[in-house]
Design a protein around this ligand. Structure first.
Ligand SMILES: Cc1cc2nc3c(=O)[nH]c(=O)nc-3n(C[C@H](O)[C@H](O)[C@H](O)COP(=O)(O)OP(=O)(O)OC[C@H]3O[C@@H](n4cnc5c(N)ncnc54)[C@H](O)[C@@H]3O)c2cc1C
Ligand code: SF4
Length: 488
């Protein structure tokens, strides 16, 4: 424990943001991280509790009190060793994790939690700057060949773990660049893509072979999921060529809103809109990019994806941005004695909301209206919760003007045809069916085929994808070698 009285002496210090007018002009990151001195003070607030709830609140079980102590002592090099022992990519989570660890921090019971995420961010950025993040190629090769399908955080974490214990890993990705939703989905202003490129270079040096633009199996003809594949490989071929296959293809099937008028022009899935901006930022030339310039934009869906649509629309120069959420507005503050150490339901205002957005809660869209085949508005009604069901409130019908509607209501499940191509059983929600048990975890019903990340657990978080990738890697290693030294 760095400083015994630190939690009584020092206040929580938030990372800063560049001013709104400045950051709206570009797509680069705008968070101002803590400097060394500020990180030390923040780390001094850690109480090194006997039972560190933060450690179990973090899905990858980061050893938080230990790295806090090391930062307080100024031992940044050992801090990154501790952090990397549980998390392959702290620069991803240090930027975009919602930080359930902080909700679980014991200081959060009656004070502000330790700024764990900002310390994680500072450790990994310093480690890259100092040149401490180096490839860790294996000392021995096993001769076993593994195919990982899908290069999001789950696939990347699994591939890195498996390559480091000497397996020949090939990572297949249907899109033209590596990273899954980190690359195409999450806006550059939340996480710049150089962070992925650096890891790809590290993993290549560790022996991972990346094959982008390769679709494993088939998508339905009318599918709207991102796909820049130039080549196809059948599941049968993959099973023949590799000793094990790990499916980490995400949960890409967007939830639709099949109300009257859905066919009108100007209504798009968030995942049609956001990846296009990622591509433009990467220097690609797109014909007919979906843009919000001068438009009245309505985003349907109050989560992260919706908030990312708000931030991107404002950068395009939308005339107005309104976000709908069907659930009632949550309280501004949680009831801590009731919910700690769990993730609380409370009103969350993102940096994108602060950039300009009207937020409507408890609102349901009944129909889209339009002229000459183009959307011009939405017919809505307010709803309320009665006996666990959302019911319409008579007399609250309203029409909103809209030139562009973005559907950001989450994802229902993985694309079924990909799982069907392998003959993988699905659970009741349509995800790949596999348990996370210690023995045989992540194994599907098909011999030598495993599944992890959003493809197995459904739409989730980057930190959960990293955890599943790491754990699945151990399971695959154990299956191939009869034992595994990889951590779980
Ligand atoms: C807009 C948006 C914002 C988000 N913001 C956050 C956030 O701020 N914080 C957070 O923690 N989480 C966030 N999430 C959720 C997070 O991105 C996901 O939970 C996470 O990326 C899941 O990782 P994954 O590796 O399981 O799958 P994915 O990241 O979805 O990657 C799957 C990859 O597999 C590829 N693939 C699929 N099928 C095939 C196939 N048959 N052949 C070849 N390749 C295939 C896909 O092209 C994709 O690249 C956000 C999600 C979205 C959509
Ligand atoms: S990965 Fe997320 S939950 Fe874990 S320590 Fe970092 S911010 Fe907290």
């Amino acid at each position: 424990m760095g400083k015994v009285t630190g939690f009584m002496e020092f206040e929580r210090l938030e990372e800063g943001y560049k001013p709104v007018p400045e950051r709206l002009k570009h797509y680069r990151e705008f968070v101002v991280g803590l400097d060394d001195a500020q990180s030390k003070v923040q780390a001094a607030r850690c109480m090194d509790c006997g039972t560190p709830f933060c450690n179990s609140g973090c899905p990858v079980n980061n050893i938080i009190p230990d790295f806090n102590d090391l930062v307080f002592q100024g031992d940044w090099k050992n801090a990154i060793t501790v952090l990397h022992s549980t998390n392959n990519f702290p620069e991803f989570t240090g930027r975009i994790c919602p930080a359930p660890c902080e909700a679980a921090c014991v200081l959060n019971v009656n004070d502000d939690p330790v700024g764990i995420k900002s310390i994680e961010h500072a450790i990994i950025d310093r480690a890259w700057a100092e040149g401490w993040v180096q490839p860790q190629p294996p000392r021995h090769k096993t001769g076993k060949k593994i195919a990982v399908v899908g290069s999001g955080p789950a696939g990347m974490a699994a591939a890195q773990q498996l390559a480091r214990v000497g397996h020949d890993v090939t990572l297949f990705e249907k899109n033209d660049r590596v990273g899954g939703l980190l690359r195409y989905g999450i806006p550059d202003f939340k996480m710049e893509k150089t962070h992925i490129d650096r890891r790809v270079a590290q993993m290549e040096a560790e022996g991972v072979v990346f094959r982008t633009g390769v679709m494993v199996g088939t998508l339905p003809k009318d599918s709207k999921v991102t796909n820049w594949a130039k080549e196809t490989i059948t599941p049968e071929q993959l099973q023949k060529d590799f000793d094990a296959v790990l499916l980490t293809g995400g949960a890409e099937q967007s939830r639709d809103l099949p109300v009257p008028g859905r066919e009108l022009d100007g209504i798009h899935f968030a995942m049609e809109f956001l990846p296009q901006q990622n591509k433009v930022n990467a220097g690609d030339k797109l014909k007919g990019q979906l843009r919000a310039d001068g438009k009245h934009v309505i985003v349907i869906g109050g989560g992260d994806t919706g908030s990312d649509c708000v931030g991107t629309s404002n950068r395009h120069g939308a005339a107005s941005v309104t976000q709908f959420e069907v659930m009632p507005q949550p309280p501004e503050e949680e009831n801590k004695p009731l919910v700690w150490p769990y993730w609380p339901l409370k009103l969350r205002t993102s940096s994108s909301h602060e950039e300009g957005c009207v937020r409507e809660f408890a609102i349901s869209t009944k129909a889209f209206i339009g002229e000459k085949g183009k959307v011009t508005g939405l017919q809505t009604v307010h709803v309320e919760m009665r006996d666990g069901k959302l019911v319409e409130i008579a007399g609250t019908e309203k029409t909103y003007q809209a030139d562009m509607v973005l559907l950001a209501m989450g994802f229902v499940n993985p694309v079924a045809s990909i799982l069907d191509g392998f003959g993988v059983d699905k659970d009741a929600r349509g995800n790949a069916k596999a348990t996370t048990e210690f023995t045989n975890g992540y194994a599907t019903n098909v011999p030598k085929v495993f599944a992890a990340g959003d493809m197995r657990r459904g739409q989730s978080l980057v930190v959960w994808a990293i955890r599943e990738g790491r754990q699945a890697a151990r399971s695959v290693d154990e299956y191939l070698m009869g034992f595994s030294d990889l951590p779980r």
